[in-house]
Design a protein around this ligand. Structure first.
Ligand SMILES: *Cc1c(COP(=O)(O)O)cnc(C)c1O
Length: 422
């Protein structure tokens, strides 16, 4: 069972709303730090060293990234904007992993300029990179295991995913990159998302370790690290269980000693690129009840909407809801919890049991610290909200202001609009 109690009180949040109007995402700094430390501890055994490259797309706010940097994380980027963010933060090259796909040359150029680790998604990108930008010294390839022999219920159907190289292509790719001047190599895969089964990650590690050994035997090429990808899930639902990172680390240690050490690859580093499990549980969309409506169902209408958090509308994803100040009241009412978008799927929850809700109540929508604000959009003229960081000492700092209508109209020249004639 996951603990779904919020780490703040209604009074505390009311105080914050006196300075920053709802809706906003509220991030719990100490929870994020704690999550980063759990990672470090779980993999402190790795002889060559471990690093989680935080997936920037999950929460691309430099104030949060700074916290994660201070706790030993690097950054996984997949777009120009994310690279620019790292550049502004002066992140050293090899603390940036550039894992992109269908990549334009200018993004490879930027990644190379920054000295980022370039992770290629396809064998044809070796020539594309070499001809357009140049061959880096260190090159990583993304492996797609395809339909796994014997079938692996956990890994699912990688052959349906657009990412990565086949096994045959992978071996060819390393040799080709070496012929073109690469001298340092790495191996990556990522075929899961929001996965709660810890054994999945152990299986992924074993799969990559075996390839690293085979690559050394067949080509003499030694990878200096394997990247197990991201995708560690979080317990969005109260009845779910968080992935035990200590268990994952310990099991991977066993596999490492069985496969990597005897092959003489004992200096190999292990990296991951998780986003969701680091910051996801430590963010909350704080929004206020504007209206109640009773028709064929009971509705609670919030001042937040799916432009602030699109996962429920987009995937039907469950996000837990706490009505602040009513944590211990019985959940004896059933509501659809909606936003104001002219889209019927702008519902944060459908048929959700909650305590009796009153107009003016503050509501915390859980687990918005990853793929929350960052997936926001402007459809229907909705503005993206502020982001507030709740520090360990209880102080609240605005780390991104809310959008204004000036922002919304910034790409139009309204002065050039001809008024209609009446
Ligand atoms: C999105 C993504 C991640 C992070 O996924 P999480 O579910 O947030 O852990 C890591 N690596 C790549 C290549 C991704 O696209």
């Amino acid at each position: 069972m996951a603990d779904k109690r919020v780490p703040f009180t209604r009074d505390q949040v009311e105080d914050i709303t006196a300075h920053f109007p709802t809706p906003f995402h509220l991030y719990d700094a100490s929870g994020m730090r704690q999550a980063a430390r759990e990672f470090r501890d779980a993999f402190s055994w790795v002889p060559g060293g471990f690093r989680n490259y935080y997936a920037v797309k999950a929460l691309p706010n430099p104030h949060v990234l700074k916290i994660l940097w201070d706790e030993g994380m690097g950054f996984d980027c997949s777009s120009m904007a994310e690279l620019i963010l790292c550049e502004h933060m002066n992140v050293p090259g090899e603390a940036i992993m550039f894992t992109s796909n269908d990549t334009p040359a200018n993004e490879y150029r930027k990644a190379l300029e920054l000295g980022a680790i370039i992770n290629l998604d396809d064998i044809t990108h070796i020539d594309y990179l070499n001809e357009n930008v140049g061959m880096p010294e260190l090159i990583c390839f993304r492996y797609n295991p395809g339909p796994l022999r014997g079938g692996n219920a956990i890994i699912g159907k990688p052959e349906e995913a657009k990412y990565g190289l086949t096994r045959e292509q992978l071996f060819e790719a390393y040799v080709k990159a070496r012929d073109l001047g690469a001298t340092r190599f790495a191996l990556h895969t990522m075929v899961a998302s929001n996965e709660l089964n810890p054994d999945y990650f152990v299986d992924t590690a074993a799969m990559l370790f075996e390839i690293a050994v085979e690559l050394k035997e067949k080509t003499g090429i030694e990878v200096e690290f394997v990247n197990l990808g991201g995708g560690i899930g979080i317990p969005y639902k109260p009845e779910q269980e968080a992935v035990d990172l200590a268990y994952v680390g310990q099991k991977i240690d066993e596999v490492y000693r069985r496969i990597i050490v005897p092959a003489g690859l004992g200096a190999m580093r292990i990296v991951m690129e998780n986003g969701r499990c680091v910051t996801g549980p430590h963010g909350y969309l704080i929004t206020r009840v504007l209206h109640q409506k009773q028709t064929y169902k009971n509705y609670v209408g919030l001042d937040g909407n799916m432009a602030n958090l699109m996962r429920p509308g987009m995937y039907g994803a469950y996000h837990h809801i706490t009505v602040l100040g009513k944590e211990d009241a019985p959940a004896d009412h059933v509501y659809d919890v909606t936003g104001s978008l002219c889209e019927n799927n702008d519902k944060f929850a459908i048929d959700r049991s909650l305590p009796n809700v009153d107009i003016g109540d503050l509501v915390a929508i859980h687990d918005t610290g990853a793929h929350g604000h960052s997936m926001g959009f402007n459809y229907n003229g909705k503005l993206r909200s502020a982001e507030i960081l709740l520090h360990e000492d209880g102080s609240a700092e605005q780390i991104r202001r809310a959008e204004t209508y000036e922002d919304y109209f910034a790409t139009l020249d309204l002065s050039a609009v001809t008024p209609v004639s009446v």
